[in-house]
Design a protein around this ligand. Structure first.
Ligand code: PXP
Length: 249
């Protein structure tokens, strides 16, 4: 092999989480801004996928939003949801391309940690099986922890999403980025597709975008917030450019 040859980097997808477009709408219980219109702008600006989290308390995205998005999005739709019977039924009916299972606590402001795959493993396995039987790709949102990765492998899912929150909230502690790097390598070596997200911004996305095994980023709050000032199209393009600077395509 030519020593000059570079190891081939997997292309990295940018999935835009549009929950907070719905947050703005729900603040007034109005009909706007419309998440479907937002999804169209994200796709035109280069998003590789659209993500929405249908929370049990329906604080932002509503069932009708997911119903409206499924036939309209041209990129894959990633539905984040808790591993409950209600949500599993909704996903099986609406058939998004991918479901990412996340933990949910009603009082939390946002998803606070990864799923603990050792809690109620049978309930999780039932949910994963029901989704996979419906032809839906399943990803598990977990902390960058080798024990959780081993459990994800045992559950037979094709993908995991690593929780980047600790890295994002503690920029002075390099061990959190190191944990993401190590977990990505470990998961990929076990045959899992590696996604990552939570708390990523224009300022902190670079080192995560540069993790070779990481093939998908899910980013929402920072992009929708930036969009308030520059518009959604420009905000999506700015995030894509920040990823590309760290990981040239
Ligand atoms: N990934 C998962 C599993 C999430 O729950 C969230 C938040 O809904 C995100 C990514 C996006 O996080 P942020 O809005 O902080 O970019």
């Amino acid at each position: 092999m030519n020593g000059m040859m570079q190891a081939k980097m997997t292309p990295q997808r940018l999935y835009i989480n549009i929950d907070h477009v719905a947050t703005l709408r729900q603040a007034r219980r109005a009909s706007y801004p419309d998440p479907i219109a937002a999804a169209r702008i994200c796709e035109a600006a280069g998003a590789d996928g659209i993500t929405v989290h249908l929370r049990e308390d329906r604080r932002h995205i509503q069932d009708a939003d997911v119903e409206g998005l499924v036939p309209v999005v041209r990129t894959p739709l990633n539905l984040e949801m808790a591993p409950t019977a209600e949500m599993t039924g909704i996903a099986r009916r609406l058939q998004p391309h991918q479901v990412t299972l996340v933990p949910e606590r009603r009082e939390e402001v946002t998803t606070e940690g990864g799923l603990d795959l050792s809690v109620e493993p049978k309930r999780l396995a039932v949910c994963v099986t029901a989704l996979r039987e419906a032809g839906i790709r399943v990803s598990l949102f977990i902390d960058p922890d080798p024990v959780q990765i081993a459990r994800a492998v045992a559950l037979g899912v094709p993908a995991i999403e690593l929780h980047t929150g600790r890295y994002c909230h503690n920029p002075d502690q390099p061990e959190h980025l190191e944990a993401l790097r190590r977990a990505s390598a470990e998961a990929a070596s076990q045959g899992l597709a590696v996604h990552a997200g939570h708390g990523l911004t224009l300022e902190n996305v670079g080192p995560v975008a540069a993790i070779p095994e990481c093939e998908e980023l899910n980013i929402g709050h920072a992009i929708v917030s930036h969009a308030v000032f520059v518009g959604l199209d420009a905000a999506v393009r700015a995030m894509r450019a920040a990823m590309d600077r760290a990981r040239p395509r």
